[in-house]
Design a protein around this ligand. Structure first.
Ligand SMILES: *Cc1c(COP(=O)(O)O)cnc(C)c1O
Length: 375
């Protein structure tokens, strides 16, 4: 049997969790959280990284920091996870969906400007499969219309756009460390803050609206409630698990990349024959092998392929149901322009097994079965 995902475990996770327990500090913002924040700051060169309980929560923090209010509009692709939209809907914003590019499944940067209205406050590019959106163009539009850019880089840890780490180009970036992502802590995420002026406000929102972070640093002698906020701190036990992974980030990256490249090589003949499509990585984008997907001809062929692979005990999955077609998407959002690719391409896409430790033999087996299916 070949599973779709196995959460990464690299070796030192149990040891670090034991250390956290022995230190008698298992709530948030202890030694391991600090180490994770510092690791992310060092490797992404962002002004501040704050570990959170999820990428969903990091996006909620970004929405609060961007002062999103009822009546505001936020532009994003419809082809994304629900959390991308929820964070803004919770603040009363309306979502304006823009079609994707069929090659990367990312928001089509050429269609963004037509979706801008006087109510538009933010653009949320989603770096699908860890392959960057066209950030130069997106930042240029944002600058011209004075919009905030919040990168959903849930899948983009260790990816780059023209040499810059994803999550650090917009005003805010959001990482996920869910068990299905490249680096994990079970449930968890991180908010990346580009501008120093936003750091204090972010620390307050993350600490229930109090200035406790300042108090712990000894900058004030008592802490108090200073604004609206919530609790976005993960436990030290989760941070300890993540730190073991971050220390070995390159090893995990290399292992996944080996699987990705082998899939690409072995499936290229089928793509050459026109049976299926393979993912595209535009010039200037360094991806992180977050996922390997193929595209079948249509929904019917994809359904048959999933079933065929399942019979060989190979587990493949599809996502997302376009948000503008979901009940909440209809209620809180609207599609700008025409849905040419979002629905059509989402119905073709199939994700193949991909995780740290997937063996070349298993990749070969999956590719052989896909080849047999098309024969
Ligand atoms: C996984 C994912 C999220 C949510 O991450 P959580 O850490 O589970 O909240 C958001 N957006 C995208 C694109 C994702 O892939």
């Amino acid at each position: 049997m070949i599973k779709f995902n196995i959460p990464p475990c690299i070796g030192k996770e149990s040891e670090y969790i034991a250390q956290a327990i022995e230190s008698h500090k298992i709530c948030g913002d202890g030694a391991f959280t600090k180490k994770c924040n510092e690791w992310i700051e060092e490797h992404t060169h962002t002004a501040k990284a704050l570990l959170t309980t999820s990428c969903t929560h990091a996006t909620e923090m970004a929405a609060l920091l961007s002062d999103i209010r009822p009546g505001d509009e936020v532009i994003m692709p419809s082809y994304t996870f629900v959390s991308t939209a929820n964070a803004f809907v919770l603040n009363g914003a309306a979502i304006v969906f823009v079609d994707i590019r069929p090659d990367t499944m990312n928001i089509n940067e050429e269609l963004i400007e037509a979706a801008v209205t006087p109510q538009t406050r933010a653009i949320v590019p989603v770096h699908y499969a860890g392959v960057s959106c066209e950030m130069d163009k997106i930042m240029e539009i944002a600058k011209r219309h004075d919009l905030t850019v919040i990168e959903d880089a849930a899948q983009g840890v260790m990816s780059e756009y023209k040499g810059r780490p994803l999550g650090t180009i917009g005003d805010f970036g959001c990482f996920s460390f869910h068990e299905t992502k490249n680096y994990s802590m079970g449930e968890g995420g991180c908010l990346l803050i580009r501008d120093k002026e936003m750091i204090e406000k972010a620390e307050i929102i993350r600490e229930k609206g109090t200035n406790r972070s300042k108090f712990f640093r000894g900058e004030i002698d008592k802490y108090t409630w200073v604004s609206a906020g919530s609790s976005y701190l993960p436990s030290e036990l989760n941070a300890a698990y993540l730190y073991a992974q971050l220390e070995q980030a390159q090893k995990i990256y290399d292992d996944r990349m080996r699987s990705w490249n082998l899939y690409y090589e072995l499936l290229s003949p089928l793509a050459g024959a026109g049976s299926l499509s393979l993912p595209a990585v535009p010039d200037g984008c360094k991806h992180n092998a977050h996922m390997f997907y193929i595209k079948a001809a249509d929904l019917k062929e994809r359904t048959a392929l999933i079933q065929y692979l399942k019979e060989q005990e190979i587990f493949s999955v599809f996502h997302y149901i376009p948000l503008h077609t979901a009940p909440a998407g209809c209620q809180y959002g609207r599609f700008s322009g025409e849905d040419i690719y979002t629905t059509r391409e989402s119905e073709r896409l199939l994700r193949l097994p991909m995780y740290y430790g997937l063996t070349p033999e298993d990749v070969r087996f999956v590719c052989e079965k896909i080849t047999q299916f098309y024969r």
